[in-house]
Design a protein around this ligand. Structure first.
Ligand SMILES: [Zn+2]
Length: 313
């Protein structure tokens, strides 16, 4: 049986702070008509420019996926895009009065909850898919990253990570049907290593960060003095390191939460193809740069296949 396109039943808002830019604002999901796709509107800018959530609009993948058009940007879209894709929403207008998506707890949980609160409505149009007709592989051997997709009737993702660290080594995560996204993937938070965090803080690259936005892995010995300095930076009374090498008293939701979060990012980044995908994806050590480069390759590949079909005699 064929599926219908979906939007949300009513508008819903979420407030919060951007992790990298530190700006505070409100994001509102609004229903959109069939074939509209996912679009963002910056309501804080004159003319309220609209940017389509499309791979061709990606302008940066440093510390998150950023889209932009004619100089207007929207930072860190990957977790909200994963939530929209994971909840099977095809059409949505997202209004934003700031330049970055609120980070919340570094997962997709709050966005999924907002979509559930708004409700989902089936539309009078067939859902469209990207159907993979042949295997596509993208590899950067010197970085030990590889991502591939093989044709299939359903969507599935397998992610393998290896940070070659005592506190975060090899992990695998798998999603075999998108309907499981909410329960198995949505709550999985982003993570960072302490040494990266110090660099980001020193360079003022996480203006909106506090210790609730990410899991912080500690892969070396830290003195109490350093921990106190971090506590000061984050306005916390005290910061501790757990035995397992995780900062503060944070409990992981799943043993492989980091791999599951990387899977969440893959879903968010590949949703920039504009339609749900039918195919099996396997990603080794993925990241925003490789994910979006891969999405562009799929996009161009699909375009070429279409072109060949149209021009075939
Ligand atoms: Zn992420």
């Amino acid at each position: 049986m064929s599926e219908k396109q979906k939007t949300i039943s009513k508008s819903v808002s979420i407030s919060g702070q951007g992790l990298h830019t530190g700006t505070q604002g409100i994001m509102t999901f609004r229903p959109a008509p069939a074939y509209h796709g996912i679009k963002f509107r910056r309501t804080d800018i004159e003319g309220q420019p609209i940017i389509e959530a499309h791979i061709n609009n990606v302008v940066s993948t440093e510390r998150g996926t950023t889209i932009g058009l004619n100089g207007t940007k929207i930072y860190t879209i990957e977790h909200v895009m994963a939530a929209i894709s994971g909840m099977g929403i095809d059409n949505l207008l997202i209004e934003l009065d700031m330049e970055e998506i609120p980070i919340k707890d570094g997962s997709s949980k709050y966005f999924v909850e907002a979509i559930e609160k708004a409700g989902r409505t089936e539309q009078d149009a067939e859902k469209e898919y990207i159907e993979i007709e042949e295997t596509v592989v993208f590899e950067i051997p010197e970085k030990k990253v590889k991502i591939e997709i093989v044709p299939a009737d359903e969507f599935s993702v397998t992610v393998l990570i290896d940070f070659d660290s005592r506190v975060l080594g090899e992990q695998i995560a798998r999603l075999t049907k998108i309907e499981d996204f909410k329960l198995k993937i949505a709550s999985c938070r982003t993570f960072v290593f302490l040494h990266e965090l110090e660099f980001l803080l020193k360079n003022n690259l996480i203006k909106g960060g506090d210790l609730n936005n990410a899991i912080v892995f500690v892969n070396r010995k830290v003195s109490q003095e350093e921990l106190d300095r971090l506590a000061d930076l984050f306005n916390k009374p005290r910061v501790k390191v757990k035995k397992e090498g995780i900062l503060n008293n944070l409990e992981l939701y799943f043993e492989n939460e980091p791999a599951r979060h990387k899977l969440l990012d893959v879903i968010g980044d590949l949703s920039l193809l504009g339609k749900p995908i039918k195919g099996h994806i396997t990603a080794y050590r993925p990241g925003h740069s490789v994910n979006t480069q891969f999405a562009k390759i799929i996009h161009n590949h699909q375009y070429k296949l279409e072109y060949d079909k149209r021009t075939a005699i």
